[in-house]
Design a protein around this ligand. Structure first.
Ligand code: ATP
Ligand code: MG
Length: 380
């Protein structure tokens, strides 16, 4: 079996690592250079997209912001899973919101805005505080504005209007104006759907962000009472898209209810803990599902946390002396704000996990991990 992944970043790399033991050969299409590469040693080119399509039995994606032309070319080959519609839905908040509405999944009250009239209408009908998010190309909190009171509206509109007019995507840019949700915590869930429509979900994961970027994810199996709501949302969304592969859902927990914030039609950063904490990791399950292999169990085998390594290419080696700590580097060149790797930490129970997490956090430099220690201390 041969798989081509659209996108050649760390997610493709970790899919390649999971594919090897299954005897599945994986290559990745780097959208920047328009070349097909081996994501485990990206120096050598295997040709252009057409060559990649010819090579593969199955084509999948590691991110949702892929040009529609590339998606169309892949879909025409009959090899693309999930469908281009699923990938586009994850890359456009308008499509995402209408999918959630159609599927009957709870989400934040919102309005789609492309003109000043739409904006005024949204301000008149929604209640402050509001968050304005770009429809296209948003990630890690980019393309967002917070709107706390009426007095800010003109200034925010000027910025949003310029943003919409200066868009170079070739598609029509807009924003979604959304009610701020006063949530108890942010949770996410990764699930997988097979070609025959079988679905399986991983346990809900608790997420902590620093400056809009995921910093720590914690998977402990303790949100059992919310798990069926999350799996129900996953089934509705995945079935509505006739989805094949792994899909992630980000939620806001408000009391006993879950509201969907957004979906990602791919393996997800908040699912990296599955490499050490689940029976089958998210990367293997994605590959299994798009290659029509039986899905692996998504059970949590031990409580596990993930710490993102952002903007630095070194951490103290001494953390590896702590039991059940594993390091995952992505082989990328250091840049401020760039996701460079992650650390997984496991324990036989939550107490042991939190103890180990605290040991790791103590050794991580505060400059590169400004909030990790505080967050871990709150959990203890
Ligand atoms: P990602 O990197 O997850 O793709 P993103 O840029 O696509 O991020 P969101 O996940 O929608 O954007 O928003 C980033 C963060 O902003 C959320 O994790 C959450 O903390 C906050 N946020 C977004 N929408 C709301 C909302 N309606 N109410 C409260 N907080 C929100
Ligand atoms: Mg998000």
């Amino acid at each position: 079996m041969k798989v081509l992944v659209l996108g050649a970043g760390q997610l493709a790399r970790m899919m390649a690592l999971a594919s090897k033991p299954l005897n599945i050969e994986l290559r990745a299409y780097d959208v920047g250079s328009a070349q097909v590469v081996d994501p485990l040693s990206p120096g050598i080119s295997f040709g252009d997209l057409s060559a990649g399509i010819e090579f593969a039995n199955v084509i999948t994606a590691e991110f949702e912001h892929i040009s529609h032309q590339v998606l169309a070319q892949c879909e025409a080959s009959g090899k693309l899973l999930p469908t281009s519609q699923s990938i586009k839905t994850g890359g456009d908040r308008r499509l995402e919101k209408s999918l959630l509405e159609q599927a009957g999944v709870n989400n934040a009250t919102h309005k789609v805005v492309s003109t000043k009239t739409d904006f005024d209408d949204a301000i008149a009908t929604l209640t402050f505080p509001l968050i304005v998010k770009s429809a296209l190309a948003g990630y890690d909190g980019k393309g967002q504005w917070r709107l706390k009171a009426l007095a800010q509206t003109e200034a925010v509109w000027r910025e949003v209007d310029t943003f919409i007019k200066e868009d170079t995507s070739g598609q029509s840019q807009a924003v979604v104006v959304e009610q701020m949700v006063s949530f108890d915590r942010e949770l996410s869930m990764v699930g997988v759907r097979s070609k025959t429509g079988k679905t399986q979900s991983y346990p809900l994961t608790e997420n902590h962000h620093t400056n809009g970027v995921l910093s720590v994810s914690l998977a402990t199996n303790e949100y059992q009472s919310l798990q069926s709501q999350a799996s129900d949302a996953f089934n509705k969304i995945a079935n509505a898209l006739d989805y094949v592969g792994v899909l992630a859902i980000e939620f806001f927990q408000v009391g006993d209810a879950l509201l969907v914030n957004e979906i990602a039609p791919r393996v997800h950063n908040s699912g990296h803990w599955t490499q050490q904490g689940a029976d089958t990791c998210q990367f293997e399950n994605h590959i299994r599902s798009v290659c029509h292999l039986p899905l692996g169990s998504t059970d949590l085998i031990r409580p596990t946390a993930m710490i993102n390594v952002v903007g630095t290419d070194s951490v103290p080696d001494s953390i590896l002396s702590i039991p059940s700590v594993t390091m995952h580097w992505y082989g990328k060149t250091k840049r401020a704000g760039r996701k460079m790797g992650h650390i997984n930490v496991s324990g036989s129970d939550k107490k042991e996990l939190l103890y180990r997490l605290q040991q790791v956090a103590k050794q991580l430099p505060k400059i590169d991990f400004p909030e990790v220690s505080n967050y871990v201390n709150q959990l203890l």
